[in-house]
Design a protein around this ligand. Structure first.
Ligand code: GLV
Length: 311
């Protein structure tokens, strides 16, 4: 496929413009770098390719032949799935997300196991009281999602001796997990931490519901996938019973999380503003250029998205 007119938009569009303008492979092409609110129908009509985190409000396929998501998640593109023309290719960014999510989750796991909050409180009182840290290699972690990100997360946790159980639709074995189970098979009763990396699709919407939290036994639930996979009333119910010890949430159905949400003030909830796997402009450029080359040469696309499946 030949791509000539490429439209870039979104949060990092200025940085992309700076980084891409000197790229040899792009010299022969026409590039437009346009802030989201300024993308016009003429721009969309002009473009062969659209590169952004999500579709702009007035998005229209027009002559597009390729859409590339600057993020790992494509759920906002999937809102167009019913109208998605068969011949328009969708790809997503694959970069160091697994490493970043590994660091994010490890930081919250270690904060608890090393009693950071307790020792800070004790210090405030001038109190010397030994409490033994708990070791990572005594922990069982269940990771929902065994794709790129889930596998890298498993690799990192396994390095520290964590027992890592993966959960996927098929339950098929994947590298780095001690074992992989299907959603129905997996036992959550022994899990110390449950980490969600799943994309938002029709099947994962509200997957973590009352029944699910009811199967957990004092686990910490960490969500780095998508907010729409969680029934937040059920999560709060799980925190108020014995099912959940705490929740660490980086993603929400509505972002920013609305001011009135009870999640903000619940003592068992830690909120971070969708920072567990940010795409840097440099990473976006590397993945975009590799993908462009593969799209044009007909090479293998490991970041191809199956629009029917939604990831
Ligand atoms: C972040 O959530 C992403 O989709 O990259």
């Amino acid at each position: 496929m030949n791509i000539t007119n490429i439209l870039f938009s979104g949060r990092i569009v200025k940085e992309l413009e700076r980084l891409l303008n000197s790229e040899e492979i792009l010299k022969e092409r026409d590039l437009r770098f346009i802030a989201e609110e300024d993308v016009s129908l003429e721009d969309l009509h002009w473009a062969d390719a659209y590169v952004a985190f999500h579709p702009v409000a007035n998005f229209h396929f027009e002559n597009l032949r390729w859409v590339h998501s600057l993020g790992a998640g494509v759920d906002r593109y999937m809102a167009l799935a019913g109208k998605w023309p068969e011949d328009v290719l969708l790809t997503r960014t694959i970069t160091s997300f697994g490493q970043k999510i590994g660091e994010y989750t490890l930081s919250y796991m270690l904060k608890e196991l090393q009693h950071h909050d307790r020792f800070r409180d004790q210090q405030g009182r001038g109190e010397w009281k030994m409490v033994a840290p708990r070791a990572l290699n005594e922990m069982e972690v269940v990771v929902f999602g065994t794709g790129e990100i889930g596998q890298e997360l498993a690799r990192i946790l396994r390095f520290f001796g964590v027992q890592v159980v993966g959960v996927s639709r098929s339950g098929a074995d994947k590298d780095h997990f001690c074992r992989v189970m299907s959603m129905e098979e997996v036992s959550l009763a022994k899990a110390d931490f449950i980490i969600n990396t799943l994309p938002l699709t029709k099947e994962t919407e509200r997957l973590f519901d009352e029944r699910f939290f009811g199967r957990m036994n004092q686990a910490v639930f960490i969500n780095v996938g998508r907010g729409g996979t969680v029934d937040h009333d059920a999560l709060l119910g799980g925190l108020d019973s014995d099912a959940l010890r705490a929740a660490v949430l980086d993603v929400f159905e509505e972002e920013p999380l609305p001011a009135g949400s009870p999640l903000w003030s619940h003592p068992g909830v830690t909120i971070t503003p969708h920072i567990s796997a940010i795409t840097t402009p440099e990473e976006a450029v590397v993945c975009f250029l590799e993908t462009l080359e593969a799209v044009e040469s007909g090479g293998e696309l490991r970041n191809w998205v199956d629009v029917g499946r939604g990831y």
